[in-house]
Design a protein around this ligand. Structure first.
Ligand code: SF4
Length: 170
């Protein structure tokens, strides 16, 4: 990763703080990580994907376009590494519009980071990076046996485990 991880994490923390301030409600269904069922796609930058995949995939995970392989038995096994799309989305109707604003600000900050570090900007669906990752396992370790870092219940307490396509992010 060309972007220092602490700078990426600073963008994440800023987005987390804005979400916490907005205080959207989560019903803890976990559906939003099951993309096909929920009817949306998780987009993320290559930089975010590199961080997300930096510890490989959970041992019991399945890679397809149905959902996120990091969700195991309803839990996000990559909570600390999850991308912006997972952090800002909530299905709470009262939060409608606010998530898009937070996302736009965070994506803009991420793009600035790429420019400052002369890192190419690439923004694609998660499944693209997963397939690339599986095709080139030497690039990153696969099946390292991820552990559940946070339950969906904690999502309800503070922030999201939900994926989304931020508007205007491509
Ligand atoms: S929060 Fe994001 S990384 Fe975690 S399981 Fe859901 S979609 Fe995957």
């Amino acid at each position: 990763m060309s972007i220092p991880i602490e700078r990426l994490m600073a963008v994440y923390r800023a987005a987390d703080a804005e979400v916490a301030e907005a205080a959207p409600v989560c019903e803890v269904s976990g559906r939003c990580c099951r993309f096909k069922e929920y009817g949306h796609t998780l987009f993320l930058s290559r930089t975010e994907a590199e961080l997300l995949l930096s510890q490989g995939l959970p041992a019991d995970s399945v890679v397809n376009d149905e959902g996120c392989p990091f969700q195991i038995r309803g839990l996000c096994t990559a909570r600390d590494r999850r991308p912006l799309g997972c952090r800002v989305y909530f299905c709470d109707p009262a939060y409608a519009g606010r998530g898009e604003q937070i996302s736009e600000t965070a994506i803009a900050a991420l793009k600035t980071l790429h420019q400052e570090t002369e890192t190419p900007w690439e923004y694609r669906p998660l499944i693209h990076f997963l397939r690339e990752f599986l095709a080139s396992p030497s690039m990153l370790p696969v099946a390292s046996g991820g552990k559940a870092e946070q339950t969906c219940e904690n999502h309800a307490e503070s922030r999201t485990v939900s994926p989304r396509l931020p508007p205007g992010a491509e």
